[in-house]
Structures are given as structure tokens and as C-alpha cells.
Design a protein around this ligand. Structure first.
Ligand code: SF4
Length: 529
């Protein structure tokens, strides 16, 4: 099988792994070596439902001995073509794309080929070629295979930036039902090991820095790599099993607390196989996943506890209003708050005021008294915040009925002019697939236009802005491109990519956004091999 076909199959098989890990480490380029990693992370791809994920995201192999009911790669699924990269192929592919400026890093997962140790050894070999032979310093996120031996996990951790193990499902009972080859123990054991190894590595590095006095030997030229310096994350499938949001958030909180996880990713269940054990649904509403991310954000950055966000008696998050607004509606006795005197902690609880906004308010009010205009200039989401604050003692919504039902109706209503309002009525281009619509001569992708407005989830952050191209269906095909796509198109005669020379020690290149990168992938693969 040729390498382009392998890439097509293994990139497609990896698309259900959610890891918007643009977070991570800062590591600048170095003379004589390739690549760098920034906290902005790898370049981005978009899953079919519009979520933003990381490139180059591939499986080592889609051969798997396990039989997870929800997974397209499961052993009992005879309808898919199976293949595997050799470590050399994967390393060459990654470096080839990196040099062409298509990607900033690698997200590597795998099915279980033979046994977990075999698979992990293949992954280690590929990463060794990348790190040691090519001197690749870019970002690598590797998925550990549950059941692999601790020694191999240790080796893998020193080759990648982030190492993660998928929780898969939120309870042991659901695992037993839907992923019978996995157990809570064989998932938690590697997570515990990664946590311990990260801590030990950080402590030993801190100790050696403290003990290194002025007479210490000069630093060796190539410092030893840290163990998974960007920490670990995990992923859970939401909606394939009956666990409530209350259960899921409590589990996430305990993972953050006990295993020092950097992120817990939630992936709304998408039916890709038929199995009587799976829920008979088209798909789980993406809004549920979105609300879980919002709640997760509240726990990590807004000092909310799980009990404040969700009640065991009503164990699912409100899909109409976000969890912070829902909390405010349950605590109207604490509002409105005066923005000119409220503490940082109180400001953080106001819907429409984020962490950055609260800090800006504290700084700005040292110099003047703030009113609505000043708050708008500070970037506060005034259309939400105005219901919960007073400025200079005056309530900003005269005639408002300050009651939970009325406020709820205002907060749930589409916001005119926002992503929920004016823009939401516009048609957006359909999601591009890796090679669909590839023009063999130009190497450009002609995006498919949906006949009906896209069901893209609303309010999901910046990713839909790249996808939004209102009124596109009314334009000739050549014109149906987003601004980002147009900016990324090459001048006539340009080579795929940005034509930048692959140079050692250059600073981090800006990643291509998905449509342009995808367009150029196929010719580039052919050129490589
Ligand atoms: S272990 Fe389960 S989830 Fe992972 S690839 Fe195999 S069947 Fe899919």
C-alpha cells in the first residue's frame, strides 16, 4: 500500500481522538536541530463536526486486537481496510510535512497491534528516529497504550511532550460493558505512573539546579529531555453510557486533584458502528460537550467547586444557559454587584466577566470610576454582564424584572450581532475532509457547500470563525472560500507550502490552517516518497 493511502486511512482513523492540545511547552529552535514547540501548540485541524484538533494526527496502526463497541477500529469491524506505518515511514512523513511548514508537531495514537508492548515499541522507535536522528524539537503528543510495561512507558515519556491515556468511559461498569478489554486498573496504573514520573523528573531537575554552584561543570551541550514536560491529559466519551454530568465533573475534578492532569477532554459520542450495547441515537448534542467544557473551565480558572456548578438532584447541566449564568440565576441574592468596589473573586462570578476582564477592571478602577462605556472598552461581555452589575450605583438595565425567569429568558435568547445571533443565521462551508475535492492540477481544495445551514455548534470559541463564510452558497465555486483560505492560497506558480526553506535553527514557522494544509498534503506525500 502506498504511503498516501496509509496516511489517508490512519489520519481518518484518528479523527475521533479529541485533543485540542495547543497548550504545552515553549521550546525555541536550536542551531543544527529542527523544529520548536510553542504554547500555541501544533497547527490545527477540524473534525467533521467543527471541533478544532491538532495536526499531524495519525494512528501508528488501525489494526487492533480490542473490541471496544464504539470504535471504528475494533477487531470485529471487518468493513475497514487495515494498515500500519513503519516507524521510518511515520518519522519521514512528519519531518517532510514539518519542513514544508504544514505542521508544527505530531499527535500519535494507535490501535493495539498484537499486544500493548509491541505497539509501544513501534511508537518509541518512530519517536526515536524523529528526536535522535532528525533532531526534531517540535511538539509531540503520544497516547500511551494501557497495559504496556512501565519501562516502555518511561521511554515513551522521555521522547514526547505530552503523554496521555484515554479514560474512554466515565465508569468501570461502562468500561466492562462497552470496552471489555480495558479495566479501570489498567487505565489508572499508567496515569499514576506518568504523574509520578513527571513529579520525580521535575524534582530531580530542581535539585540539580539548586546544587549546581558556580564551580559546577559547564552545562552539557545536549541537556537530557524532561519526562513529558507538558504533562498528561485524558479523554472521555460522553453519552455512549448513562453517567450524568454530575458524575463526569466529579471524576474530572478528582483526576485534576490526584493525578495532576493538565486537561480532561470530552468527546460527544458519535455513532460510527452498530452495536446493541450502544445508545440508539443519531448523536449526542454537541451542546452537552460544550457545557462540560465550560464547567471544566469554571473549575480550573474560576475557583468553582463541582457542587457549586451542579447539584446531584439535578445531575445534568442546563443546555440553555452556560453553567456560570446558571449559578448566578440560583444566587440572585448576591447580585447585582458594584463593579467599582467588588473584589476579584466576586467579579469572577459575574456572567460576562472572565479572568482577564476581572483583572483589567481591578487595574482600570485605580485610575477612574468605571461605567458601561469603560467596561465595554475593556472587552467585558456587556450584553451579559449588564444584568448582574451596577456602575456608580446605577443598574444598567432600567425597567428590568430582576427575577430568575426573566433573566434566564434574556440570557438564553440569541445575542444580536454575536456568534449566537447575526452570524448564526449565515450559511457556513461544510467541513473539509482530508482529500475531498482535491484539484489534481492546482493542488487546491474546492470545499463542498452544504445545501442547508450547517449544524455547527454555537459559541464554541474561535474555531467556527475560521469556518464561517456567510452566504457562500450564493457565490461561484471559486469564490466560496473563507478569508483564511483565501489568504493561504499560493501566488500562481508557488510551490505547495509557503516555499520557506527547511532551515535548521529558524524560528517557529506559522502553521498552515487546515484547508490549505490538507490541499497540499497529497502532492507533498507523493513528492516525499
Ligand atoms: S483499543 Fe479500543 S478504542 Fe483503541 S483502537 Fe482498539 S478498539 Fe479502538
Amino acid at each position: 500500500m502506498d504511503i498516501a493511502r496509509k496516511l489517508e486511512l490512519l489520519a481518518d482513523a484518528a479523527k475521533y481522538d479529541v485533543a485540542c492540545t495547543s497548550s504545552g511547552v515553549n521550546r525555541s529552535g536550536k542551531k543544527g536541530q529542527l523544529g520548536s514547540a510553542t504554547q500555541a501548540g501544533c497547527c490545527h485541524s477540524f473534525t467533521p463536526d467543527g471541533r478544532c484538533v491538532t495536526l499531524l494526527k495519525v494512528l501508528m496502526t488501525n489494526v487492533c486486537t480490542c473490541d471496544c463497541a464504539y470504535c471504528v477500529n475494533r477487531v470485529s469491524n471487518r468493513s475497514i481496510e487495515r494498515t500500519a506505518f513503519t516507524p521510518r515511514e511515520l518519522a519521514d512523513l512528519t519531518i517532510g510535512f514539518y519542513r514544508r511548514n504544514f505542521i508544527e508537531g505530531l499527535f500519535l495514537s494507535s490501535g493495539v497491534a498484537g499486544n500493548p508492548d509491541n505497539t509501544t515499541e513501534l511508537m518509541i522507535r518512530a519517536l526515536e528516529i524523529l528526536r535522535h536522528e532528525y533532531g526534531f524539537r517540535g511538539y509531540i503528543h503520544a497516547k500511551a497504550i494501557p497495559g504496556a510495561s512501565p519501562e516502555l512507558l518511561q521511554q515513551l515519556g522521555f521522547l514526547c511532550d505530552r503523554l496521555s491515556v484515554n479514560m474512554e468511559l466515565p465508569s468501570a461498569a461502562s468500561l466492562a460493558l462497552l470496552a471489555p478489554d480495558k479495566t479501570k486498573t489498567n487505565i489508572l496504573a499508567p496515569m499514576r505512573q506518568i504523574c509520578d514520573n513527571c513529579t520525580e523528573d521535575a524534582e530531580s531537575r530542581a535539585l540539580s539546579r539548586r546544587t549546581a554552584g558556580p564551580l559546577a561543570q559547564r552545562k552539557t551541550k545536549t541537556a537530557a529531555r524532561a519526562f513529558a514536560p507538558a504533562g498528561q491529559s485524558t479523554q472521555m466519551i460522553i453519552g455512549a453510557s448513562p453517567e450524568s454530568d454530575h458524575h463526569i465533573l466529579n471524576l474530572s475534578a478528582s483526576l485534576y486533584r490526584t493525578l495532576s492532569l493538565k486537561r480532561v477532554f470530552f468527546s460527544a459520542y458519535v455513532p460510527v458502528t452498530r452495536d446493541p450495547r450502544l445508545p440508539q441515537t443519531d448523536r449526542v448534542p454537541l451542546n452537552r460537550e460544550h457545557r462540560l467544557y465550560q464547567a471544566d473551565w469554571l473549575m480550573r480558572f474560576y475557583e468553582f467547586s463541582v457542587d457549586e456548578i451542579i447539584d446531584e438532584a439535578d445531575p445534568f447541566l442546563d443546555l440553555e444557559v452556560d453553567p456560570k449564568a446558571a449559578w448566578a440565576l440560583r444566587h440572585l441574592d448576591l447580585f447585582p454587584v458594584e463593579v467599582n468596589t467588588a473584589s476579584y473573586e466576586v467579579l469572577l462570578r459575574v456572567p460576562g466577566i472572565g479572568v482577564r476582564g476581572a483583572k483589567l477592571i481591578l487595574r482600570a478602577r485605580r485610575h477612574s470610576t468605571l461605567g458601561a462605556d469603560e467596561l465595554r472598552k475593556l472587552g467585558i461581555a456587556w450584553k451579559r454582564a449588564r444584568y448582574f452589575v451596577t456602575c456608580k450605583g446605577a443598574y444598567a438595565v432600567p425597567g428590568a424584572d430582576f427575577s430568575a425567569p426573566w433573566l434566564r429568558a434574556q440570557l438564553a435568547a440569541p445575542i444580536d450581532g454575536g456568534a449566537h445571533g447575526r452570524r448564526s443565521a449565515k450559511e457556513v462551508p461544510g467541513q473539509l475532509s482530508l482529500f475531498d475535492g482535491l484539484d489534481a492540477q492546482t493542488g487546491h481544495v474546492q470545499p463542498k457547500m452544504p445545501a442547508a445551514p450547517s449544524p455547527l455548534p454555537q459559541g464554541r470559541g474561535g474555531e467556527e470563525l475560521l469556518l464561517a463564510g456567510g452566504g457562500a452558497a450564493a457565490l461561484p465555486l471559486q469564490e466560496r472560500r473563507t478569508g483564511a483560505q483565501r489568504r493561504l492560497e499560493p501566488k500562481s506558480g508557488a510551490v505547495p507550502g509557503n516555499g520557506a526553506r527547511p532551515g535548521a535553527g529558524r524560528s517557529a514557522p506559522r502553521p498552515q490552517t487546515a484547508p490549505r494544509a490538507f490541499a497540499a498534503l497529497k502532492p507533498a506525500v507523493e513528492a516525499l516518497f
